[in-house]
Structures are given as structure tokens and as C-alpha cells.
Design a protein around this ligand. Sequence first.
Ligand code: FAD
Length: 475
Amino acid sequence: MVVGAGLSGLAAARVLERHGLAVRVLEALDRVGGRVLSATVAGAHVDLGGTFVGPDHERVTALADAVGVRRRPTYDGGDNLLRWRGDLRRYRGTIPPVGPAALVDLARVRASFGRACRAVPPGRPGDARDADRLDATSLDGWLRARRATTATRDLMAVVARTSWGCEPAEISLLHVLHHVARAGGLDRMLDTRGGAQEQHLVEGAQEVAVRVAAALRPGAVVLGSPVLRVDRGERTVTVRTDRGTTTARRAVVTVPPALRRRIRFEPPLPARHRRLAQRWAPGVLSKAYAVYDRPFWRDAGLSGMTVGDAGPVFITVDAGPVDGSRGVLLCFVGGPDARAWEVAAPGERRAGVLRSLAYLFGRRALAPLGYVDQRWAEEDWLGGGPTAVPGPGAVVPLDEALREPVGTVHWAGTETATRLAGFMDGAVSAGERAAREVVRALALEDGAGGGIGGGVGNPGRGAGSGERTTGIEPA
Ligand SMILES: Cc1cc2nc3c(=O)[nH]c(=O)nc-3n(C[C@H](O)[C@H](O)[C@H](O)COP(=O)(O)OP(=O)(O)OC[C@H]3O[C@@H](n4cnc5c(N)ncnc54)[C@H](O)[C@@H]3O)c2cc1C
């Protein structure tokens, strides 16, 4: 049994089926994909959630390859733009030209940040030297303690808004260091060429989820079925939705940490699991796309990549085809300037985004062929995006509860990944890891030693893998 049909849940189900187990995936929404969601706007595929993959995003690219979803490079020719202190400046590379003194300060702080990142063991933040002290402070607290200039702090705020959907004062420094270390360092996390934005998926990221779901046993994925209650038995687990109950030998719960609270666990989860669900709240980040007949900014030698200190749009990326057959501007909306935008009517939101684009790329940006936006904080069963934000003090005592099984319940979801957590890759690898845990646990239970052939998937055990279902109609 898998709870959640995001990339993590579907990757888990795929591995479990490959081991001969009958799996049911219960999904609250009427679609698969969770935090990956694609749309077609004026003939262009756009990704409203997870979008980019980097060279070391091995698990999600392997999954995309396996289901025939193609990748293409992200356009990065030409100059980037920095909107800074009311001015517009061109630049190349990762570091924006925030002024000579500010650049010296930025280099100093980045070097110190890099050293601190390398000192956090991947997958074991609690084992870092001074872990408690690093956890007790926020990213903002650390920047201030280092006397970072306002410019450096503002740039790090842009990183925090894009990466976690929060302000630097809201997130544990230890988590930031661990997250960045697991993503291969700040450059790799922020860069296009050689970095996490290097490629995106031609048919859209959600298509990976759609095809993985379609390749599962017919009826395996049940949509529109929020799991409300999970009863743990000695060797089984019974999961309830308002459409019925399913009993299986194990459950893999892949919902974001905060959403674990919406499920009633019986017997109740251990205290630190409950605290984790309270203290790892989702970030808030929205996205918008404007689609044009062609990428006119490229004519002016611009890459379409912009960073800004004013909103509502604070980052843009050219997410269109390299051949220029469509112009696609991806816009991130977040931070303090986004609060009013988030609650505005659709027409006002569109006007706000296009005003930002016109400031950056000229009046032609005001007339796109199509526009769409997605406010992730409005999503009832996702809660925000792109990943959970543990506040100061929420990592050391709670990190292990992210993935520590509780009896017959195992955990996945991108937040539980030991590498590239917060990314689509982390979602896939975490799902695969949880599935392997289940396979091992069942093999042990069945006395099958290293393999699982004999006991698991034995047709004598109810519906294929010991799963019994009452009243749930597969979608
Ligand atoms: C704006 C934005 C931009 C992003 N950009 C990138 C990017 O460029 N590159 C990248 O790699 N990653 C990016 N990400 C992150 C990436 O999308 C996520 O890490 C990944 O999709 C998470 O997958 P998941 O399966 O772990 O969780 P989810 O996708 O959240 O899946 C969990 C599923 O569980 C369901 N669910 C919740 N509660 C219940 C319940 N009680 N019962 C049943 N089902 C339930 C949810 O509906 C959901 O479908 C971005 C995310 C956002 C929001």
C-alpha cells in the first residue's frame, strides 16, 4: 500500500510491483504527480511545479528515460539580467553584479558557507560538529553573525525563496547547509550549465508520473481518495479513506511531513514523529508562465534568466525550446512582495507578472499568447512548495523521524531523501529506498533470507500480496 501518487509514491509502487508485490496507491487528488503538474499554454508544455533536472539527478532521469519522457537543455545563451535597487544590469555566470564592495562580501560569505556545508555529513545532519548550535540558528541569524552586508543578505533571501519557499529567518541553518551539501553545493544548485537547472522534460515532468502510473497493474492507482486513518497491526496495516478500507502487509506514506498530521494514526505515532509533522511546515512558492510566439529577448542577446530584489516576479528563466519555436518565460513569485499577489484576483495576478516582465524585457512582454499561474499554497493536499521548511531547532531532534519506519508504516517523499532532498530526484530515490525497505522487511518476515521469491507475492495471501480491500473502487 502506498499513500500519495507523487513521484515518490509512484517510484515506490513501481519497485514493489517489480518485486512481484500487488500494490495499491491511494491518492487524495484527482490526478497523479503531486508537486509536479504540467499544463499546455499556447501550444507549449509548461511545468507549474518541479521542472529542472541536473547532471547528477540520476534517479529521476533514469525514471524519465524508462518511460520515454525526453529531456532537453535549458537555454542559457546570452546575458542574464539583475534587477537591483531600481536599476537593471546585464551579467554572465552565476554571481550577479551587485557592486564591487558587495561582491567582495558575497565571496567571503560564500566561502564560509561552503566550508560549513562540507562539514555536514550527507544524510546525517545531526552528526555534524556543533549540530545543535547550527540548528538553533536560522540562515538569517548566521548571515548577521558574520556581518554579511544587506546586499549579501538580500541575495541569500532570493536563494531561500526559490529553494525552500521561505525567508532566511524562517529556516534552520543546519537544514540549509545539509540541503545545499546534498545538492552538491551552492553553484551546482543554482547553475544552469552543469547545475540543477541544466535540463527539463520535453513532455513535462508530470508526464513521468502519468506514465509510471499507467505502467502499474490496472487499477493500482486510486484517485480522489484521501487517506484519513492508518491502523497499524503487528504484521498488517489498515488504511481508511471515506470510500472504504484497505489492509496490506506494509504501507509507504509519501505525503509531505506536515500532511502526516491530517492522517490519524492508531496507535498514535511516537512523539518525535508527531512533532516532525508540526515543525516541518511546507514552504510557499508560486509560479507563472508567459508564452510568446518566439523568445524575443534572445534577439537582444538576453538569456531570459533574471534575478531581482523587487516583485512580484523575482526570478525568470527561459524554459522554451532552444530552437526558439516558442518563447516561454518561467517566473517565480515569492517573498514579501508576493503576499498581496497571492490573494489577488486572476486578472490582477496576470497584470502583476506581466508588469514585472515588461520592466525586464520591454513592452512586448505585455502581450503573451498565453499565461498561467499556480499558487501552491492553495493546494489542499500539498500545502505549498517546493519542500518542507524546518525552523530553527527542528532538525537535530526530528530528522531521523523523517524516514524511521514505525512498525508496518514506512516513509518516503522528497523530504526523506538522503541526497537531493527537495528535488524530484530526492522524491524518486526516497520512494525506491522505502520500497526496498518493505521488500527486505517482508522477506525477513517470510523467512526468505536475502530474496523475497518464496513468501511475498504469494497468491495464497489474499489479493496477490496479502492486500485485502473493502469498498474502494479503483478509479
Ligand atoms: C514551485 C515548485 C518548483 C519546483 N521546482 C523543482 C525543480 O525545478 N526541480 C526539481 O527537481 N524539483 C522541483 N520542485 C520540487 C519537486 O516538485 C518535489 O520535490 C517533488 O515533486 C515531490 O514529490 P513527492 O512525491 O515527494 O511529494 P508530492 O509530490 O507532494 O506527493 C505527495 C502526494 O501525496 C498526496 N497526498 C497528500 N496527503 C494525502 C493523503 N492523506 N492521502 C492520500 N494522498 C495524499 C498529495 O496529493 C500528493 O499527490 C519544485 C516544486 C515546486 C512546488
